[in-house]
Write a protein that binds this ligand. Structure first.
Ligand SMILES: C[C@H](OP(=O)(O)O)C(=O)O
Length: 312
């Protein structure tokens, strides 16, 4: 079976590990969010692509969910000793190597999709990992604080401010001109099913859907989503702050409506969200907490089973 999955960072990567376990013989293509990408110290950092690559490739810091296992921070400390900003983004020594290679390849003219493929040669994540676009896009967040009303990079809002300042607007800069990366639309066209993991519906999945052509391609397919909201609270992360910013309630029902029946054919919700419904979408309730690899595999298996039943 050919499966396409969209993915953000930590939540998406953990779900994908379950998807691989649930469908070991399938060909899985992952379309990764690059709206979180940021240039730091002259290096291009792609946090979500790297989280997927490290998680599936066995190099992730399991407790944190991002960054490398057995990491050290000598370069970060040295940069700080020079007074270099920003100091709020935790790049480790091992992780730096990834960003150096990526930046060097980008500067040599390779597109991000080829750079990602080259990095995955080492990590062998067991999926084909594609950035949503080779064109640079960046999520920016409009906030008002003591420095006035201004737009900051998503990472500054998320990591430095911990989303504590309300987002007035969330904008994917560069979205209009961005094209899907090579292979993205072909993979969607060839997919038997498409799975949306419980990634952030605004700044992860929502960002990918903003790349012109991707949503329309997905609408022709059997798409099953896993709710990122359980009983009115995000599975993990701060998705509620993002949903509030776009005027959407933090509920499995509201995220279902946000994605809509043109995109979704099936929707998995947690047992506490039984009763969630939308015309044209098959909703199933089951335990949705990704508490360990086995529970996560079972969630992914349920999403695949629902997708198969809808396709039949
Ligand atoms: C819910 C979210 O998942 P992601 O969008 O990173 O996959 C998170 O882990 O913060």
């Amino acid at each position: 079976m050919r499966i396409v999955s969209l993915a953000g960072g930590i939540g998406g990567a953990r779900f994908l590990r379950g998807l691989k376990a649930a469908a070991p013989d399938s060909e899985i293509t992952v379309i990764g969010n690059t709206g979180d990408d940021i240039t730091l110290f002259g290096l291009r950092v792609c946090p979500d692509l790297d989280t997927v690559m490290y998680t599936l490739g066995g190099g992730i810091n399991e407790e944190q969910g991002w960054g490398r296992a057995a990491e050290t921070f000598t370069v970060k400390e040295e940069l700080a000793a020079y007074g270099m900003e920003p100091q709020w983004f935790g790049l480790g020594d091992r992780d730096f190597a990834t960003h150096i290679i990526r930046s060097q390849m980008l500067a040599a003219g390779y597109p991000l999709s080829q750079v990602t493929e080259a990095l995955c040669d080492r990590w062998r994540p067991g999926v084909r990992l594609l950035p949503m676009s080779d064109d640079p896009t960046e999520t920016h967040v409009v906030i008002s604080d003591e420095a006035g009303r201004r737009a900051v990079h998503f990472q500054e809002w998320w990591v430095r401010l911990r989303a504590s300042v309300p987002a007035e607007q969330i904008v994917l800069v560069g979205a209009d001109e961005a094209r899907p990366a090579p292979g993205v639309l072909d993979a969607v066209a060839a997919a038997d099913v498409v799975i949306l993991p419980p990634s952030n519906p605004v700044v992860s999945i929502g960002t990918i859907l903003q790349i012109p052509g991707i949503r329309a391609a997905l609408e022709d397919k059997t798409v099953v989503g896993v709710s990122p909201i359980i009983g009115g609270a995000p599975v993990r992360g701060m998705a509620d702050a993002c949903l509030t910013a776009i005027g959407v309630e933090t509920s499995a029902q509201a995220v279902l409506e946000l994605y809509g029946s043109a995109l979704l054919d099936g929707w998995l919700v947690a047992e506490e969200d039984k009763g969630v419904a939308l015309d044209g979408v098959a909703v199933e309730a089951r335990p949705l907490l990704m508490s360990d690899p086995e529970a996560t595999r079972d969630i992914a298996a349920a999403a695949l089973a629902l997708a198969r039943s809808l396709k039949a």
